[in-house]
Design a protein around this ligand. Structure first.
Ligand code: NAD
Length: 316
């Protein structure tokens, strides 16, 4: 039976992916790991290891201790945070991936590593952005993800490492807070609406970006990892899409539930990052090769976020 190590399990994506994998494969098969001494509450009922992935020795000790056969490597510095410390972002995002890929040569059956729409840049066609197109990212995050994609394909081609990857759009979920990306506003805005406060958005009202509800992202990830290797025809990373909207459009959708909700706009350095990214994604390869289908559009996303956050949010 496969034993899976999740690196960065306490983050926005890791929390939900770990919970889903434990539900599907049994709690004891999924070892969560992160920088924290102890896991966050949602993950406290299963195996957990404190791991800084920059420490190769600790990583290998954990692989051996649990007989790990698959790694989901989610730890990274995200787009907005990366611009504040570019050298650190490059170091963490690159070195950690190479550590995991090296382990894939002889110790692991499969690796999952996420890429991002940040691999595209200002010269990329903005609408229905193709799988293969101009890719000249201008953030350190995008540069690291693009280089990471090339390394993944390289390790597959040269060493037969079964590494699989998705270029996520902005991810929106209610179980964990986002960790410093350019699309974080689309989570923050719900928190403000529900507690009855105004929201000041750091992007302009008409900035359209590709987005995805977390359940769809988790499903895509597990579907890709479970499909037969011959269906995985792309070994860099797959375009993946669901919906696109602007801050103004999501505000209108939220106002259907909270008519008095107010949003103001005060774009900051993240506007430039958002302006360099696509508005919509052509993910036909994922849909054709391994039957990717999304379930959530803006209406369903808004209803689900509000229903669930109302029950879990802490009111001051
Ligand atoms: P996050 O910042 O919420 O979580 C990352 C986790 O990694 C955190 O819990 C952090 O403590 C941990 N971590 C950081 N440095 C570490 C280290 N040295 N060793 C071990 N753990 C470490 O990020 P996320 O939103 O969950 O993103 C997960 C992955 O998905 C990242 O690779 C990210 O680039 C990618 N991604 C996310 C989005 C999104 O919208 N959230 C979009 C595209 C791609």
């Amino acid at each position: 039976m496969d034993k899976i190590l999740i690196i960065g399990a306490c983050g926005q994506l890791g929390t939900e992916l770990t919970l889903k994998l434990r539900e599907l494969k049994g709690t004891e098969s999924i070892i969560a790991s992160d920088l924290l001494d102890d896991p966050i509450d949602l993950l406290s009922d299963g195996p957990y290891e404190k791991l800084n992935i920059m420490n190769k020795e600790s990583f290998h000790i954990i692989l051996e201790k649990h007989n790990i056969t698959q790694v989901y490597h989610l730890a990274a510095v995200l787009s907005a945070k990366g611009e504040q410390n570019p050298h650190f972002a490059w170091q963490l995002n690159m070195e950690s991936l190479l550590t995991v890929l090296e382990a894939g040569k002889d110790k692991l059956k499969k690796i999952y590593w996420p890429s991002s729409i940040a691999v595209f840049g200002p010269d990329t066609p903005k609408e229905n952005t193709p799988q293969n197109t101009v890719m000249a990212p201008n953030t350190v995050y995008g540069i690291s993800k693009l280089a990471g994609e090339r390394w993944c394909e390289y390790y597959f081609e040269n060493y037969g490492v079964d590494v699989r990857s998705l270029r996520y759009p902005g991810l929106i979920g209610y179980k964990a807070l986002p960790g410093g990306g350019t699309t974080d506003y689309a989570v923050d805005i719900f928190h403000k609406a529900i507690v009855g406060e105004k929201y000041e958005c750091f992007l302009s009202e008409d900035t359209i970006l590709p987005m995805m509800y977390m359940d769809d992202a988790v499903k895509a990830t597990i579907d890709l990892m479970e499909t037969d290797a011959e269906n995985v025809k792309i070994r860099s990373s797959h375009n993946l899409g669901a919906m696109s909207f602007s801050p103004k459009e999501i505000t209108i959708e939220i106002q259907k539930h909270y008519p008095d909700f107010e949003v103001t706009y005060n774009p900051d350095f993240r506007q430039k990052i958002a302006d360099s990214w696509p508005g919509s994604i052509d993910d036909s390869a994922a849909r054709n090769d391994w039957n990717w289908q999304h379930s959530f559009g803006l209406k369903e996303l808004t209803e689900t976020m509000i229903t669930n956050l109302k029950d879990t949010i802490v009111f001051d």
